[in-house]
Design a protein around this ligand. Structure first.
Ligand SMILES: [Zn+2]
Length: 399
């Protein structure tokens, strides 16, 4: 059965089209046009129609406060997994029909459950358990026994090329869609700093090689420039955060087609509400430098042509104006903090996603019929992204 969805405006993930209708059949987009003839018409009148959005950096952890260490060590893994089910519903309801989980064991099982129709949720591209060096960001706590984070399924610890190869193969065997590594220290880890280099260039190369052999890629967490440069030279495909990278590194990224996920939402959240949310004092102490850094990096990345992705880095329930289900706030922050135009911001959750190889984010023949309609026009007012009124996933009306 051919269904035509009609609105007032039609944004295809790259630009506003002249016409205002999409034809879908069997969960796929057949094409766009005006006065299309189908078996059924869904007239959404004054709505703004766009592709379902993707949050390209999320953690389906089920954690309910900013005190990650405490929660990971006191809440059973299966309880955390169950807590993420309402998160999936919120994401879908708010127009996010796809997410990329950048490090969390739960994500593998959630991906499978969504794929098999057991639960409703966005399509999940899952990193599974991320790779960290000893005394790395992936440990969170640097005072508990070093192998505890592995036992808890927080990260896979590996040092030296041989161990990196083995860990890469292990997570791929466990079902990771891509591999997440930490190539610098971070904010929410206890004793390293965002500018600390983690993993060597050789270690990163060996992980990238294993990923490529299995037909996939590596995403690297990186704040400081030296660690980010290692990641980029090592061949990663996406750089997560990138808060302190230099223009030279951005130039290489643009040339090699490395995408960047600035994750403004988590930084802004910690700056605004960190203490209230139970963020450890080490996190509160380090947040300012990365938040100030990213405000300068993103406009330069944009100017140099680096592909930017919308990713909130949300991994715990906040109850604030930046939260699971309000992931569109990332795009608001891109315009407010980094000066992107509304259209540039909108592309980060739609058309730019396609460039990392996910079949998402476009209203184009052959793409899954993941379509969202909005009451308003986010090209004029970016906050209209919070006014989603219909959501279709693979052609099925969810909302
Ligand atoms: Zn993250």
């Amino acid at each position: 059965m051919k269904t035509v969805i009609r609105g007032k405006y039609l944004f295809d993930g790259e630009k506003l089209l002249e016409h205002n209708e999409v034809m879908i059949e069997d969960g796929r987009i057949m094409g766009t046009g005006s006065s299309l003839r189908g078996d059924r018409l869904i007239d959404l009148e004054d709505s703004f129609i766009m592709p379902g959005m993707t949050d390209a950096h999320i953690h389906m952890s089920g954690v309910e406060s900013g005190n990650l260490v405490m929660e990971y060590f006191t809440v059973a893994e299966r309880d955390r997994l169950m807590r993420t089910i309402p998160w999936l519903h919120k994401l879908l309801d708010s127009g996010f029909t796809s997410v990329r989980d950048c490090g969390e064991g739960n994500s593998i099982y959630l991906r499978n459950a969504v794929k098999n129709g057991i639960i409703n949720g966005p399509d999940i591209s899952a990193a599974g358990i991320p790779l960290s060096q000893t005394f790395g960001h992936g440990e969170f706590s640097h005072t508990v026994p070093v192998d505890l984070s592995e036992h808890m399924g927080i990260s896979e610890i590996c040092d030296g090329v041989d161990e990196c190869i083995k860990s890469a193969r292990k997570v791929l065997r466990d079902g990771s869609d891509f591999i997440k590594i930490f190539s610098t220290g971070g904010v929410l880890s206890q004793r390293d700093r965002p500018d600390h280099e983690q993993f060597t260039l050789e270690e990163i190369r060996s992980i990238v090689r294993e990923a490529e052999k299995a037909g996939t890629y590596v995403a690297a967490h990186a704040h400081g420039d030296r660690g980010a440069r290692n990641a980029v030279e090592g061949g990663v495909k996406t750089l997560e955060h990138g808060t302190l990278v230099t223009g030279d590194t951005l130039k290489i990224m643009a040339k090699q087609g490395v995408s960047m996920t600035p994750t403004l939402a988590i930084q802004e959240l910690i700056v605004r509400y960190g203490k209230d949310l139970g963020i450890n004092e080490w996190g509160l102490e380090k947040i300012k430098e990365v938040r100030d850094g990213i405000a300068k990096v993103v406009p330069e990345a944009m100017k140099l042509g680096v592909n930017l992705l919308c990713g909130t880095d949300l991994g715990f329930f906040t109850g604030k104006d930046i939260d699971m289900g309000k992931n569109w706030m990332e795009m608001v922050l891109m315009t407010e903090i980094c000066g992107l135009t509304n259209e540039e911001a909108l592309r980060t959750s739609t058309g730019n996603i396609q460039k990392i190889g996910l079949k998402q984010g476009r209203i184009m023949k052959g793409f899954p019929a993941n379509i969202v309609s909005i009451d308003g026009n986010p090209l004029e007012n970016i906050r209209d992204l919070g006014r989603v009124n219909h959501v279709f996933k693979k052609g099925v009306q969810i909302r």
